[in-house]
Design a binder for this molecule. Structure first.
Ligand SMILES: *Cc1c(COP(=O)(O)O)cnc(C)c1O
Length: 366
């Protein structure tokens, strides 16, 4: 059978391995599995959210309020923008997908950092766009400009991941704003802020303000998610904040009821429990120091991270082999081989989880 030609250049995205797989393949009890591969919140979800989901279980037969009025209102208050500047997606992934469908096609190119979120490339290829990556693995805006200058007429979307998954580095907000100003109005700049809550906590200079973007730029969109700091990865809720013009266009791509009744209630409730979110972020950076110290002790290179994960680079040892060995012990980490790196990405866990991960790694590196 012949399929859409654009799919020929694509392979399936390999997500972090699920707990169920380790249980099935290695016979480990679910409660003994430590999953630090997908940057989920190790503290789970806020108890208020869990309670709300239970309360609403009997509403499962009802479609959600498709205007998402209450969630948009809560986000509008949080970010000091209008509800009209907000679109809700099934994860911010869906917003990224809409951006490409709205702006890219076979005649356009999409620009991104050398090593960045894999979905940018996948969504770009789905619409047949050309993918251009900087030689620099991390975000080097001088190189972004140089490439942009050369391919100005073709580049329709530029992705900035602030901070960057999977490497963890983070541009300053002022650098991001300056870059958007440099780019012509016809090019959409997507600021993927999936981990921006973490970055902002660590260094205020890294905090991207959606309000500033809406007020100053017609060609940029801020995307955020409930999957990381808010602990709702399983509920699939994200959002985009941009000019009404952009939001209106993306709205044309959105199917009705694209998030569920329970997801909607979970996201609204999650926004009301700021303490849960802030405590998680605080613990994240306290615990991250342990991985940095570990790396220094063992002579491993690491990238200073503004996120809830850290990259450890290996020298002689084969990172894939280490990931595989740990998997057999019920510890799921992320191999960076598909990104061309002999490195492991570790989501920062709870103190107890990190105790075990660090002890096992120490054993391997001895
Ligand atoms: C996790 C993540 C997202 C969005 O995840 P969703 O669960 O779809 O909201 C977007 N960008 C990056 C870089 C991420 O790591």
């Amino acid at each position: 059978m012949k399929f859409n030609k654009n799919l020929e250049n694509l392979t399936n995205y390999e997500a972090g391995k699920p707990i169920e797989l380790v249980v099935r393949e290695y016979g480990i009890k679910p409660q003994d599995v430590i999953k630090l591969a997908s940057n989920e919140n190790p503290f789970g979800t806020s108890p208020l959210v869990a309670k709300r989901i239970t309360e609403l279980a009997t509403n499962a037969h009802l479609y959600p309020d498709d205007s998402y009025f209450e969630l948009k209102d809560a986000l509008a208050n949080k970010f000091n923008v209008s509800s009209k500047n907000i679109i809700i997606g099934a994860g911010s992934d869906q917003i990224l997908e809409y951006c490409l469908h709205a702006k890219a096609n076979e005649n356009s190119a999409v620009l991104m950092a050398g090593v960045t979120f894999a979905m940018y490339e996948i969504y770009a290829k789905q619409v047949g766009a050309n993918v251009i990556k900087t030689n620099s693995q991390t975000h080097d805006l001088a190189e972004f400009r140089k490439i942009y200058d050369t391919h100005k007429d073709r580049i329709s979307v530029i992705f900035l991941c602030v901070p960057n998954n999977p490497l963890g580095e983070c541009l300053d907000a002022s650098e991001v704003y300056e870059f958007i100003r440099y780019v012509k109005d016809e090019t959409l700049v997507v600021i993927d802020a999936a981990y921006n809550e973490f970055a902002k906590f660590k260094d205020a200079k890294k905090g991207i303000e959606p309000e500033f973007i809406v007020q100053n730029f017609k060609n940029a969109i801020y995307t955020g998610t409930f999957s990381k700091a808010y602990g709702l990865g399983g509920m699939r809720v994200g959002y985009g904040i941009a000019s009404q013009e952009i939001i209106n266009e993306l709205g044309k791509l959105r199917a009705p009821f694209n998030i569920t009744t329970l997801s909607l209630a979970a996201a609204i409730t999650a926004l009301s429990d700021n303490e849960f979110v802030q405590n998680g972020i605080k613990s994240n950076f306290e615990q991250m120091v342990r991985y940095e110290e570990f790396a220094k002790f063992h002579g491993l290179e690491y990238i200073k991270s503004y996120t809830n994960f850290i990259i450890l680079k290996f020298n002689e040892q084969n990172a894939s082999q280490i990931v595989q060995n740990l998997l057999k012990k019920g510890i799921i980490l992320r191999d960076m081989k598909s990104y061309g790196l002999n490195a492991i990405r570790i989501t920062i866990g709870t103190a107890v989880q990190n105790d075990r991960v660090l002890a096992e790694l120490d054993e391997i590196l001895k």
